[in-house]
Ligand binder design. Structure first.
Ligand code: AMP
Length: 462
């Protein structure tokens, strides 16, 4: 399948070519024709699959086919996203494609002065990429007119629900015309997503592309057991020894992000933190420095990192395991993107054993354990005992699970130890959980706890 055969116009084909994309990704192959047909779409795809171009390209082309003559154009496309970072990325793509077809795009998000956004909207735009809260603010102030919206895109819808945006989304929908095309993209398909789709979509076509955790051919995963108090030391060691120059480190809290950043700086490793307590300008600047390679380590919380698209990110580290197992999948999806190789390592302390159990249950395979001589194997049993005390599965079960083979892709990617070249690796690193071949699985568990959506009986769907 080629981009030409998807019916894209010459301007967009040259834009795609300039980006270096040679063939469409599976989500692009499947979604573009559906969008051109004019159907509503419910797509199971997450960041890293090429989903942004999958909706941006056909929408921009459709919009360019009838550009209104009025000077102050009203938006015809609304893309709702969970975070400012994702808004910036989607908006950048929309601008990139739209510019070639004389379309104007803008970005609306909270945490910054509203006046500049009002002025931009007043001058007229075709495409609005927005976070739900600030957009609703504009709608209520009547500084945005949503009555001409032809396309509504809900990007990373599951994440928007996780972040509590459901009411804002439903209120925004009340400002939209009934006749429109609605596209919903979500990495997971929970009851709350089904409810949202029932509310906003009409007879949607459903498409699903492989999730990154099983499409992780290019991602090497490993677990490094370590005591909590030695995590920072181990991280510095891995960064130095592995000569990593660009690593995204996930921590659980904003405080933890700042603390680890200060410690890495103390260790002489150039690092900065990105989290929701930082102003948007600092976040943008930090991300820019990291992308340009001026920062070696970016320490981030899940919310701040959501939607980050850093080309060819080679290393991701889970300094703290995520509380929500699905976040593990999102996190490792930051690396090995668009066909590049990547390494995703997790530093596991005994207290995190229950979190690991939840992650491995979701993945349906055990993440291979590795140790390094400088950090001797800690008592795994401690984790098991603790886990049991908290009502999780005990050591016997944990042992059985650890023996569950990883998918072929993960296993083969592990052959070279992530920190050292293969020859040395066999001496210097010891794989504590040898993994055996297994057939690759097609899908993993998708459900996450349902977020209740208040149904609005009287609301007309369109
Ligand atoms: P997304 O899932 O939209 O966040 O895209 C993930 C990454 O894949 C981005 O860096 C895109 O630039 C890249 N990408 C999107 N489509 C393609 C394609 N057809 N070929 C290669 N890379 C792509």
């Amino acid at each position: 399948m080629s981009f030409e055969s998807l019916g894209l116009c010459a301007e967009l084909l040259s834009a795609i070519d300039a980006q270096g994309y040679s063939t469409p990704t599976p989500i692009q192959t499947q979604a573009i024709p559906v969008i051109f047909e004019g159907c509503d779409l419910l797509a199971g795809a997450q960041t890293g699959t090429g989903k942004t171009a999958a909706f941006a390209l056909p929408i921009v082309q459709r919009l360019s086919e009838k550009i209104p003559s009025e000077k102050r154009r009203r938006p015809r496309v609304l893309v709702l996203v969970p975070t400012r970072e994702l808004a910036a990325q989607v908006s950048e793509k929309m601008q990139y494609y739209g510019r070639r077809l004389s379309l104007r795009s803008t970005m609306i998000y909270g945490g910054v002065n509203i006046q500049a956004q009002i002025e931009r909207l007043h001058r007229g735009v075709d495409i609005v990429v927005a976070t739900p809260g600030r957009l609703l603010d504009h709608a209520e102030r009547k500084t945005v007119n949503l009555s001409r919206i032809e396309f509504l895109v809900l990007d990373e819808a599951d994440r928007m629900l996780d972040l509590g945006f459901i009411d804002d989304i439903l209120k925004v929908a009340e400002y939209l015309p009934e006749k429109r095309q609605t596209l919903l993209f979500s990495a997971t398909y929970s009851q709350s997503i089904k409810d949202l789709a029932d509310e906003l979509l009409q007879q949607p076509r459903r498409i699903e592309v492989a999730r990154r955790n099983i499409a992780a051919d290019a991602v090497t995963q490993a677990l490094y057991p370590v005591e909590r108090g030695r995590k920072r030391e181990m991280l510095s060691h891995l960064i130095r020894k592995g000569e990593w120059n660009q690593v995204l480190v996930f921590v659980r809290t904003r405080y933890g992000a700042d603390k680890l950043t200060a410690e890495l700086l103390f260790d002489g490793i150039k690092a900065a933190a990105i989290h929701s307590n930082k102003s948007q300008s600092i976040r943008t600047r930090t991300l820019g420095e990291f992308k340009r390679g001026e920062l070696r380590v970016l320490v981030a919380t899940d919310v701040a990192a959501r939607g980050l698209d850093i080309e060819r990110l080679p290393h991701v580290v889970n300094y703290d395991l995520p509380q929500v197992p699905e976040d593990y999948v999102h996190r490792i999806g930051r690396t090995g993107r668009a066909g590049e190789d990547g390494v995703a390592l997790s530093l596991l302390c005994p207290e995190e054993q229950p979190l690991l159990q939840a992650i491995e249950k979701l993945l349906k395979y055990a993440i291979p354990r590795q140790t390094i001589p400088e950090f001797p194997q800690i008592a795994v049993r401690r984790g098991g005992v603790k886990a049991k005390a908290k009502g999780a599965k005990g050591p016997a079960k944990a042992k059985k699970r650890a023996a569950t083979p990883a998918p072929a892709a993960t296993r083969s990617a592990l052959a070279p130890a992530p920190v050292q070249p293969p020859a040395k690796a066999t001496k210097a690193t010891k794989t504590t959980n040898p993994v055996k071949p297994a057939p690759r699985r097609k899908r993993v568990v998708e459900e996450r706890p349902a977020v209740k959506i208040g149904r609005r009986g009287q609301r007309s769907k369109r």
